[in-house]
Design a protein. Structure first.
Length: 460
């Protein structure tokens, strides 16, 4: 047997979405070549002893905004710093976004965005956003799917890039015809705009009004509208960053009708709550993200939905902005605070600590939520998201005994604040392989950026 560039991972507990097993993994080149017990060390050039460790498939974060341009400057992590933080946390693939200029061709915007993703430590892809509807939009969507390997399209129901209902129906019909997927930011942007202006006019300008002007009812209404339009146009729908129990119940109702509706939530909706807005600007502005943080009742419902698999995916919505020089643009007006926060490096450790170790989800569900299901939903299932012979050797060796308290001093993300400051986490991605290459070894980065653009197929 050819033994060049072979890595043998021995004695670990392999965790898949549907099973856990004690076995060794032999990696040859970029792929998983063998999974069985007691593979001989003679077959490998490098042996990693994973005794007492878990072995997971590399994480897939389907929702990140690296280097996102905003009026307050680009989000604080570019592709290099953000993806480095991601891979330290056990995420080996990220899916970011392409937001075209008005009237810009989607393919042209995609090509510009690809150029931003230089020096990425993880593999990457993009969801492309039609921000209007023209005679040529359908052709561009077809080209994205058939030629560019882009099978998911993000639409916004809020912000100045939002689509109206007619445009949503057109996009969903076009994507649905190709069996692609529409992902949606579901908040009623027009009514939110009304509430925001009213709030500022009344002198209510502090960050807590960010939350008060984006009530659950406006998320619930938008989720429901998106589902109804997806149903009428026969389009698969993935609702990003679901934050509320009521929104989630709308999704579960649709799933009970066997509609192809998927849900994503984010760590902050599971672990942080709206009381955090009741602090002075310096401590509350970092939680200005959309939808806003909700109540304990909402958190409990989201955990329950994860446990019954009606939420299939966790995205971080990683989009950090510095307090100084970015968030502080809104010191006298919360509507000027750039929306977003970072957690790309903590997705696995937070879900493991607060989900698996508390018994809210099993370790197999954890692997499904952070890797297998997003891979399948977004058309990467033939390549990633599982530990199986023939798939990319994206492998995380997880040390369950590791403990740390999150702080600005030990974070990898590039931001002057951290919404998880002081959180205790257990478990860590000790060694991480990307397509067979060791990128993190014993918690140290040992490689330059090796991420590539992934052409995706049509998902489940
Ligand atoms: O606050 C957020 N979520 N910022 C990023 C953009 C978005 O809405 O996903
Ligand atoms: Zn959003
Ligand atoms: Zn987002």
């Amino acid at each position: 047997m050819e033994i060049e560039n072979t890595v043998l991972i021995k004695n670990g507990t392999i965790v898949r979405f549907n099973e856990s097993l004690k076995a060794d993994i032999l990696v040859q080149g970029s792929k998983i070549a063998k999974i069985q017990s007691q593979i001989s060390e003679n077959e490998a050039t490098k042996v990693i002893d994973a005794s007492g460790k878990y072995v997971f498939p590399g994480g897939i974060d389907p929702h990140v905004h690296l280097d996102l341009p905003t009026p307050a400057g680009n989000s604080a992590d570019n592709f290099e710093t953000g993806s480095k933080a991601a891979i330290f946390g056990g995420t080996t693939t990220v899916i970011d976004f392409v937001t075209p200029e008005r009237n810009q061709n989607l393919i042209e915007a995609l090509n510009f965005r690809k150029a931003d993703a230089i020096n990425c430590f993880t593999d990457y892809s993009f969801h492309v956003s039609p921000i209007g509807w023209t005679e040529d939009t359908e052709n561009q969507i077809i080209k994205c799917i058939k030629e560019e390997g882009i099978s998911s399209f993000k639409i916004y129901m809020a912000y100045d890039i939002s689509l109206n209902d007619f445009e949503m129906a057109k996009v969903m019909q076009a994507v649905g015809k190709q069996n692609g997927l529409v992902t949606v930011h579901a908040e009623n942007g027009k009514v939110i705009e009304f509430l925001r202006r009213k709030s500022i006019d009344e002198g209510n300008v502090s960050p807590k009004y960010h939350a008060l002007t984006r009530p659950v009812a406006l998320e619930e209404e938008a989720i429901n509208r998106a589902i109804e339009i997806a149903k009428l146009t026969d389009c698969k729908l993935y609702v990003v960053h679901v934050s509320s129990a009521k929104g989630m119940m709308r999704i579960e109702k649709a799933q009970r009708e066997e509609l192809p509706i998927y849900a994503e939530t984010c760590p902050h909706y599971l672990l942080l709550d709206h009381e955090l807005y009741n602090q002075e600007f310096e401590n509350s502005a970092k939680y200005v993200l959309s939808p806003p943080l909700r109540t304990h009742y909402d958190q409990d419902k989201l955990w329950a939905s994860l446990s019954i698999n009606t939420i299939q995916s966790i995205g971080t919505d990683h989009c950090p902005f510095n307090l100084k020089g970015q968030k502080d643009a809104g010191i006298n007006d919360f509507t000027k605070i750039p929306n977003g926060a970072g957690s790309i490096e903590y997705r696995l450790s937070l879900l493991y600590t607060y989900g698996v170790l508390t018994g809210k989800i099993t370790i197999n569900q954890f692997v499904g939520i952070v890797s297998t299901l997003p891979a399948r939903i977004f058309g990467l299932g033939k390549q990633k998201g599982d530990l199986k012979v023939g798939l990319d050797a994206d492998v995380v060796i997880w040390n369950p005994d590791y403990e740390k308290i999150i702080s600005l001093e030990n974070q990898y993300q590039n931001c002057d604040s951290n919404i998880y400051q002081g959180f205790k986490i257990k478990g860590n991605a000790e060694t991480v392989l990307l397509r067979g290459e060791i990128i993190i070894e014993n918690e140290k980065i040992v490689s330059t950026p090796k991420g590539i653009f992934l052409k995706r197929g049509l998902g489940n």
